[in-house]
Design a protein around this ligand. Structure first.
Ligand SMILES: [Zn+2]
Length: 268
């Protein structure tokens, strides 16, 4: 795995000009994830997955993540009113993404993979990509390609059935639940304390949002579903499904060298 920031600039310049060079850019958030977990899983998980996927590709580098994200929404992150959750305005995130893509393009990068770890970021990332591509076009650079993905979209139905034998309530309600807690148990066990998990039924919301939010609608723990059934083993399965699926998609779009059967991935 090549950490972009750890290269000297001459080596970086060579790497970024190599044929089929790919830059992964993880984007997360600083957001509460319940009493049992640190506030940075949305950063650490996509970064680890980007590192794992880059191992399976040639000429792939992982850029330092954007560690702050768009405002936590009540139905997907508990809400932006909770302490610890530290968010950017949409325009700030959009322009940060636009600026970073334009800088990588200036260095010669033409293939960028944005790895999202925080649901609320999605459309602001799309807007940043769109503005960057538009402005690069004005500057005569019209051969840049950006892939954007959220890692949980690579968890297939079969894996969901296996990991959620009692039924799956959807990714939004997973905030601080089995998905993120299992991945953190696998990748960074010292940042999780399973003794502090609050076991509560999945949060229930009306089919609309109100602003300001009614804090009563968010479970007191800040999680939207229980992490009680999280485990390191589930985290390992999730990690390998995401890393393999993402490496395969990136390879299909940007390269064509992925081995038929990708080796399984160790902990970051
Ligand atoms: Zn999260």
């Amino acid at each position: 795995m090549v950490a972009l920031a750890e290269l000297d600039w001459i080596t970086y310049q060579q790497a970024v000009s190599a044929e089929d060079a790919i830059i992964f850019l993880p984007i997360g958030a600083l957001e509460q994830h319940g009493p049992h977990m640190s506030m940075n899983p949305d950063v650490l998980i996509p970064q680890a997955i980007a590192e794992g996927a880059s191992e399976l590709l040639k000429n792939a580098m992982v850029a330092p993540p954007i560690a702050y994200g768009y405002k936590s929404q009540q139905q997907s992150g508990g809400g932006n009113h909770l302490p610890g959750t530290t968010s950017l305005d949409g325009i700030t995130l959009t322009q940060t993404v636009r600026d970073i893509i334009k800088e990588f393009a200036r260095h010669g990068a033409r293939k960028i993979v944005m790895m999202n770890g925080h649901f609320e970021n999605s459309m602001f990332l799309v807007e940043g990509i769109d503005l960057a591509i538009r402005e690069l076009g004005w500057a005569g650079i019209d051969d840049i390609n950006v892939m954007i993905l959220s890692y949980w979209d690579f968890v297939d139905d079969k894996t969901i059935e296996r990991l959620y034998p009692d039924g799956f309530t959807g990714w939004a309600i997973e905030h601080g639940g089995v998905l993120e807690t299992s991945l953190m148990l696998y990748l960074y066990p010292h940042l999780v304390d399973m003794d502090k998990v609050v076991d509560h039924p999945p949060a229930k919301f009306p089919p609309y949002d109100m602003f300001p939010v009614d804090p009563e609608l968010t479970p007191a723990s800040g999680t939207l579903s229980s992490a009680k059934n999280a485990s390191r083993e589930k985290g390992e399965i999730l990690m390998s499904v995401c890393v393999d699926g993402i490496a395969r998609s990136v390879s299909e779009k940007f390269q064509s060298n992925l081995p038929a059967s990708a080796p399984s991935i160790g902990a970051a």
